[in-house]
Design a protein around this ligand. Structure first.
Ligand code: MF3
Ligand code: CO
Length: 249
């Protein structure tokens, strides 16, 4: 069942989304060689509480933290740790969700650590972020979830990378995960038709190598099967009669 949101609900979701954005901006500014992913976690938790919001991930299915921090070959759901110290040349995906006044926001970025990023990794970040922008451009009345996924897949594969199949985006609102599922692959014109007030979190996960993923023994961290690097970007986006409304920017 898909819950379409009213104008006043979208206004609340915009507030949650803006908090997520400010938390991610603050955490991004801290990313540097020698910083641990637990340092990022602690800064994020403090910021979230400062805004009077609650973290969306901590406690969700017993997930222990407010951020997911996924380094290099980790795709998503990396658990912050003081033992995971970032170093020059790494890339780190930072995923954050909050709930304010009963409504959720969810967004992710992937950023380079230090100054010298390998050209292939810069391309991975650019292609993944652009695939998200192209997917957002499909968020229009009459388009379908298949159009959104196809936009990601077409662009990523045209650039020689692959999209992860095991994890997908999702509807979002008064729960972190609502219907429909939003895969990063699909067929144009297929799947759920987008209607006014639908809100979806679109989150392309892109591997340099093969698309396969597996989950580590910690039961959370998803890594690429072939060890290749992976990037992840996410926005929470509403369907309006005027086109896409990005709630997390
Ligand atoms: N952005 C991810 C998602 O929507 C993060 C969830 S982490 C979890 O699924 F711990 F909350 F599951
Ligand atoms: Co999400």
């Amino acid at each position: 069942m898909i819950n379409c949101k009213s104008q006043s609900e979208l206004a609340k979701m915009k507030r949650s989304g803006q908090i997520v954005r400010q938390v991610l901006d603050a955490v991004k500014a801290l990313v540097a060689p020698g910083v641990s992913t637990m340092d990022l976690e602690n800064a994020a938790e403090e910021k979230i509480r400062e805004f009077g919001a609650k973290p969306a991930f901590k406690g969700y299915c017993d997930y222990p933290c407010v951020l997911c921090t996924s380094v290099n070959n980790e795709i998503i759901h990396g658990i912050p740790s003081e033992k995971r110290v970032l170093k020059e040349g790494d890339i780190v995906s930072i995923d954050c969700g909050v709930v304010l006044d009963g409504y959720y926001g969810d967004s992710a970025i992937t950023v380079p650590v230090g100054k010298a990023i390998a050209p292939e990794l810069q391309k991975l970040l650019d292609v993944t972020e652009t695939s998200l922008k192209r997917a957002i451009a499909e968020v229009r009345l009459g388009k379908t979830v298949g159009d959104v996924g196809a936009a990601v897949q077409e662009y990523v594969e045209a650039n020689g990378f692959s999209v992860v199949r095991e994890f997908v985006g999702h509807g979002i609102g008064t729960r972190l995960h609502e219907d429909p599922q939003v895969p990063n692959f699909g067929t144009r014109g297929h799947g759920t038709r987008l209607r006014e007030g639908m809100v979806i979190a679109i989150e392309p996960m892109v591997n340099i190598g093969k698309p396969g993923a597996r989950v580590l023994d910690d039961k959370w961290t998803a890594v690429t099967e072939d060890g290749s690097y992976s990037a992840h970007f996410e926005h929470t986006v509403a369907v309006t009669r005027n086109g896409p409304l990005v709630l997390t920017e």
